[in-house]
Design a protein around this ligand. Structure first.
Ligand code: SF4
Ligand code: SF4
Ligand code: FES
Length: 234
């Protein structure tokens, strides 16, 4: 097949390579073949190869995907494939983007757990069928791949928008009974660049490889923020 790969920075261009097909080949396998056999200067990022680390995401034929779990058979068109870096993130080189802005937004959304117990206390027990636990479980498996962030048109239109992954993280913490910073977190996501900027396009939910619905979490945050405003507690 012919694989066109983005080379250089934002002002770069596509370069074409001929890559042999084989059974069960993933998109990451094709990129690895190019780097190992055809051009060792190609820059790309991966770590686990099994869908856990979130580092291998790229734009494949115009769609953001995790490439280690995407089979070529699923995406190749007329024996051609086009690979580009993720949208909405600065390009460092070739297929590698700068993820710092993406993770800075997790910090802005207060995405860090803050409990009240010390190592000397017993574990806080959360009932498996409690509504908070169910909501947390639905969003907790995020691997930080930025596929949703790259798919979001609101991030493209206003770069300060916190985006689906950071807001999903904030939602899981707001739902976590053990966390002590709910109000602070709601304040952090209530601003102009927070949950109310989401247009509910659902692209993040459609694209998330882990089956998470950031859209649902963001809707939950909107409800929580609105209630807190009505109660004058924010
Ligand atoms: S639902 Fe909201 S966060 Fe998700 S892609 Fe659409 S605008 Fe972005
Ligand atoms: S919510 Fe899904 S798409 Fe977004 S960073 Fe997490 S795992 Fe990736
Ligand atoms: S290489 Fe880790 S998720 Fe793809």
């Amino acid at each position: 097949m012919q694989v066109r790969v983005w080379r250089g920075k934002a002002d770069g261009a596509f370069q074409a390579f001929e890559v042999p097909r084989h059974a069960s080949q993933t998109v990451l396998d094709a990129v690895t073949h190019i780097q190992r056999v055809l051009d060792p200067t190609l820059a790309y990022r991966f770590a686990c190869r099994v869908g856990m680390c979130g580092s291998c995401a790229m734009t494949v034929n115009g769609v953001p995907r995790w490439t280690c779990r995407t089979h070529v058979d699923k995406v190749v068109k007329n024996d051609r494939m086009e690979l580009a870096p993720l949208r909405n993130l600065p390009v460092i080189r070739d297929l590698v983007t700068d993820m710092s802005g993406f993770f800075d937004k997790w910090a802005k959304a207060k995405g860090r757990f803050s409990g009240s117990r010390t190592r000397n206390d017993d574990f806080q027990k959360i009932e498996p069928d409690s509504s908070g636990r169910i909501a947390v479980d639905a969003g907790i498996e995020c691997i930080g791949c930025a596929v949703c962030y790259s798919a979001c048109d609101v991030v493209a239109a206003r770069p300060d928008y916190l985006g689906p992954a950071a807001l999903n993280r904030a939602w899981t913490l707001v739902q976590d009974e053990r966390d002590t910073r709910t109000l602070e977190r709601l304040r952090a996501v209530a601003g102009d660049a927070g949950c109310h900027s989401c247009h509910t396009h659902m692209s993040c939910t459609e694209r998330c490889p882990k089956g998470i619905s950031p859209t649902a979490g963001i809707a939950g945050l909107k409800r929580k923020v609105s209630l807190a405003l009505l109660r004058n507690t924010l």
